[in-house]
Design a protein around this ligand. Sequence first.
Ligand code: SF4
Length: 339
Amino acid sequence: MFSRIFVEKNLQENTRVQAILERFSNVPVKEIDKVEDVFGRVKKPYLQKRDNLNLFLGEKKGQLVKEAPDAYGLKGDPHYYFIHAYNCIYECNYCYLQGYFNSPDIVLYMNHDDIAKEILKTASIALESDPNCTPWFHAGEFSDSLALSHITGEVPFYFDVFKNLPQAMLELRTKSANTKALEEVVALPNVVISFSLSPADKIKKNDLKTPSLKARLAAIKRLYELGHPIGIHLDPIIYDKDFLQKYEELITQLAHHIPLVDIEYISVGVVRFTKDVYQQVKMNYPDSELLAEELIKSDDGKVRYSRPMRFWMLQKVKEALVGAGAIDKKVYLCMEELD
Ligand code: SF4
């Protein structure tokens, strides 16, 4: 999986680091002072991740928990994300990480204790200012939360943190079917495992190297049966002439694996790019269906389908969900896209 591993010197004794190095014992290891000294210092094209992917192990400094952008989650509560990794082993052709960092190499930050302290501090400030709110913390803003969790080993740690923080919610967002770590912990009502889903053909075409729809649905069923709260993201929806029929089929398949009424929330969003990511998509995937439909550039610089088309697509998918048994108020549209 990795060509080289770079480890910060002060982490050599860290037991999680040692376990990772043992697992990849045939990969050359280089000691470095700080991740930032090497990672992204020289521009590495995104698609080099296919045959030359390095792993960095370090400690995250600076702001470890940040306020999430608008329309990130259920409205009305404060939302934050925490950073414990950069980049992803998968290769979705619409991925917003294309060109976000100067390099597609994977960085895993190992100072989870520091991140947990920041989470506790942030939750306490939020609850002090509004005792009735539920602060949400999202993992996976710059990576997939579960794809490497069997190697990184932090899942039980965050379950312990949130077991002692029942007023707050944790969302682990993923496209993986790697549920091993979650099968070994006791489910908590305030830790939601959320899966991004698309119709099977879209996953094959666009979510390159990710688990199939069948594997993701099986993972959802396994975790649901173990009592883990499940969230679903039908995002990004990509238009084609049969898109609605495909989403209706997807919703039927989903309902065979988990009762829709038991899903904590379902978000629905249409494909969109920042200007920079759009340039990367054109360069990296010039023949992709993402570019087949007319896209417009909005005032905020985002590139997306026209407003009426976005609105129509979102409404149609929401109607299909509610028609199949999902609870109306638990389906939320990424309204940011409609502004
Ligand atoms: S799973 Fe998410 S982070 Fe990973 S490549 Fe796909 S969109 Fe990017």
